[in-house]
Ligand binder design. Sequence first.
Ligand code: ZN
Length: 488
Amino acid sequence: MALGGLHRVLCRRWVRWPLTVLGCLGIAVPAQAVDVDNMRLWSAPDHVRLVFDMSGPVNANVFTLDDPDRVVIDLDGADLDFDVDALDLDDSAIDAVRTGVRESGGLRVVLDVNRRVVPQSFTLAPNEQYSDRLVVDLEYPGESAVKDPIDPIEAMIRDQEIAAQRAKTEAVAEGKPEQAEEVAATVEAQPHPKRDIIIAVDPGHGGEDPGASGPGGTHEKDVVLQIARKVKARFDQTPGFKAFLTRDSDYYVGLRQRTLIARQQKADFFVSIHADAVRSSQPFGSSVYALSQHGASSETARWLAVNENQSDLIGGVDGNLSLDDKDEVLRGVLLDLTMTATMNDSLATGSQVIDQLGRVNKLHKSSVEQAAFVVLKSPDIPSLLVETGFISNPREERALKSSSHQAELAQAIYAGIVAHFRQHPPPSSLLAWQRDQGRGGAGDEYRVQPGDTLSQVAASHSISMKALKQANGMDTDILRVGQVLTIP
Ligand SMILES: [Zn+2]
């Protein structure tokens, strides 16, 4: 765009920018220069975020040009006090960053981009941590927010299963249990899809939100991403499961966005991974949270109130679960039934996860706690939030950074969730098929090796010690080498 055009753009916005108006009238304004002290860049699969840290507030104009594709960011009365070559552009749509001084004064930043992008920008006032900021998001139209999105066939199977589940819930809500049986019979008559159970693994925080920080300077966002990757890897190694990360690098994802991603990927389960911090350096240990009754009730009310999102209700991304054809009472009953089932699943899985975490770490609380965390509020996806440990405790901060401790925590979270799904597999899953064939996914039997302990054997088959003992009629934890255990 030529400067004349730019001038017109700026002048049209005179209501918000009286200084610019004066400039347009040819009156010299003694401008207070603002310095751009720093620029930060966060790259996500579906967007890149560029943050300008500035010494004061600034008027900005952001627009795109094509042939070749560029994004222009004009900052009125600003000077650059930062070397743009220091920006790491890897994995972003930005190929190069160029800067210059505009004829009318002020800073122009040009981003050369290698694909079509849709820019969004906003400013943020200073807070404890940062000065004035300009945030420019370049969104990539048509890209998924996750690296490895669900395949369309799996998505279709999930849709059918969700629709059947909804029909069953509806039949129950309407007091017609025989209809629920019919639905179940129709679904089971088809060739078994043996689908993977899909787990959303959500590393807390990211990007400009570091989360809690330890006395040694460790950021929560970094250790939880490392643990989350290990959790995902464990699921991906296990037949019948597939996991994805709600963020797979160092960028921020909004809280509602995280649950939305889980819904889009048709997750069967959502687990958010965090590390605690408190003022005191004493507290330590892991805790597990599920949604509280109060949080569930207020969320039900919110869902019922949000009319424009009805097609998105309870898993109905494609309108499967749209409730707008139902009267309000029935909608309430349906949501309550769904929410209660989801909460019960969350609590049951939470107990299994606590049980497993207790083997590798001290527990801060020995039972599942309940709170109204936003990420736990999906009405139809059982969800847990795991506080892996206290990053504010110097000893635990060191442990959280260690790869071996991270692997133990990841294994515990994985094993707890797997144990729940082995007991309650979704109807169209491989695990359900295996159960119906009368064989466990982990193999029927295990011969005890020298050095084995009951807790290790249970953990390696993702079952509780209690279940293993029950299946083998044992009243002791002692194993004999060569003993053959039935794996339930
Ligand atoms: Zn956190």
